[in-house]
Design a protein around this ligand. Structure first.
Ligand code: GDP
Length: 444
């Protein structure tokens, strides 16, 4: 997981100061020395580190902090606020045009994740804003780039505009824009060529495409694993193209995090999205405050909730609520709910986002592979539809059959039935009570 080393070091430093009843100037200085080292080790740009340390120090040594009742807590709050500011403060949204089409130009070095992110972004815009995107294959140099974009498009069912590799990208883009208008596609996402290094020819081509397409968003895609290089690349692309936003990919890997912490400060351009997996749904809006909280081990509950919400189908949700109200929620519905929980991703990743998760000893070594869910699902799947609707009819011989079918023990089956009963009772209380909660699974 990204920021692991930085998080551990900062948290240890914060823990030491938190417990202090009185904080002296020298405590703050010692602490800031540790923070400085932690940031440098995480590959944060040294100028950025210097500025950050000075800012925190100045605020932390202010008399209102030192004389407060909880100086340790105050200092931590300052570190959190300054980390948030460093990463850009508020979440910056993607620029969408007032009048269609919105044009998004993807730029970046080869291998940064441009093509993948183009697809992820198309999916995100369709899901979140009901947009109808067109992906444009503008990278005619990398042999597999066009095929890759076609594959991505098929995977998420988004049209791809492709003129092969013998037409100049400038012409492809011109044609793609008219095609989008004809087909009433309101968002054009252009995948451009990347190189291993920045070169003049590439940059000129990108500038020409920019002039033709007049993009609302020039999204630079950088690989967080490349650390300071990512920051340098961002600086150069910004100077030459005046980018409008950054997507930082591969934050699911064990990057030290330096790029995430430096890019905004160096380029003055916001990180808008982060790539959290290779899969098409692995794109998250970047929230500096939540990231700061994650780094400092304060958890990130809001992201979990958002993740849950984007995975929920509104219609299904309504049906479920009705079933809870009229008490017709069956084991079959339970099975479906568990499928939804699974779409949230590996449980251990989710757990790490919970506040205080870093304090649970051995959590990182435990494996929450979702096996428990698989077992419960296996049991329910071994029941007939009638049994799923009338679990009270499960007698010894039926249970034996289910046990055989699912490969789980009788005890496990009994436990599941008891839990299901308890849950139904709880739901009854909740749906009949005043403080109605919409869904006992907390929106999952
Ligand atoms: P391009 O050359 O810039 O178009 O890069 P690609 O889109 O082909 O991506 C390069 C590699 O990085 C591919 O194997 C992608 O699957 C992978 N990749 C892209 N974004 C992410 C991410 O956020 N996380 C992970 N783990 N892999 C990613």
């Amino acid at each position: 997981m990204a920021f692991e080393g930085l998080g551990e070091r900062l948290q240890a430093t914060m823990d030491r100061i938190k417990s202090k009843g009185k904080v002296t100037e020298s405590d703050v200085k010692v602490m800031m020395r540790e923070v400085r080292l932690a940031l440098l080790e995480a590959d944060v740009n040294f100028k950025v580190v210097k500025q950050f340390i000075n800012q925190v120090k100045e605020r932390a040594l202010g008399s209102d902090v030192m004389q407060s009742l909880t100086p340790g807590q105050q200092v931590i709050k300052i570190v959190k606020e300054e980390l948030t500011d460093l990463m850009g403060g508020d979440n910056q949204k993607i620029n969408l045009a007032n009048k269609p089409p919105t044009v998004i130009m993807m730029v970046g070095l080869q291998g940064a994740g441009k093509t993948t992110t183009a697809g992820k972004l198309a999916l995100h815009l369709r899901k979140k804003f009901n947009k109808k995107p067109l992906l444009v294959a503008g990278d005619i140099y990398r042999p597999a780039a066009i095929d890759q974009l076609e594959t991505v498009g098929k995977q998420i069912d988004i049209p791809v505009f492709n003129m092969g590799d013998q037409v100049k990208p400038q012409e492809i883009v011109t044609k793609a824009m008219s095609h989008a208008k004809e087909q009433h596609l309101d968002t054009v996402i252009i995948d451009t060529a990347g190189r291993l290094h920045i070169d003049e020819h590439l940059m000129n081509e990108l500038k020409e495409i920019k002039d033709i397409a007049e993009p609302d968003e020039i999204m630079l895609v950088v690989d967080s694993m490349t650390g300071q290089d990512a920051v340098n690349v961002a600086e150069t692309f910004n100077e030459l193209l005046d980018i409008t936003g950054v997507t930082l990919t591969k934050l699911d890997g064990d990057t030290r995090g330096g790029a995430a912490l430096s890019i905004r400060s160096v380029t003055e351009k916001p990180i808008k999205f982060i790539g959290m997996s290779e899969k098409m749904d692995g794109l998250e809006a970047f929230h500096p405050d939540r990231m700061a909280q994650r780094i400092l081990g304060m958890g990130d509950v809001l992201s979990i909730i958002e993740k849950a919400q984007t995975n929920v189908d509104e219609e299904e949700q309504k049906k479920l609520e009705q079933k809870l109200k009229d008490q017709s929620f069956t084991l079959d519905d339970f099975l479906e709910q568990m499928d939804q929980v699974k779409t949230l991703g590996p449980l251990d990743e989710l757990l790490k986002m919970m506040p205080g998760a870093n304090k649970i000893k051995g959590l990182d070594k435990m494996s929450f592979s979702g096996k428990e869910i698989d077992h419960v699902q296996a049991i329910i799947r071994s029941m007939t539809l009638y049994e799923r609707e009338h679990p009270e009819k499960l007698n010894a011989s039926r249970k034996k059959r289910i046990s055989k079918g699912s490969g789980r023990s009788l005890q496990e089956i009994n436990r599941l039935l008891k839990q299901f009963n308890d849950m139904k009772k709880m739901m009854k209380q909740m749906t009949s009570g005043k403080g109605k909660k919409k869904n006992p699974f907390g929106n999952m």
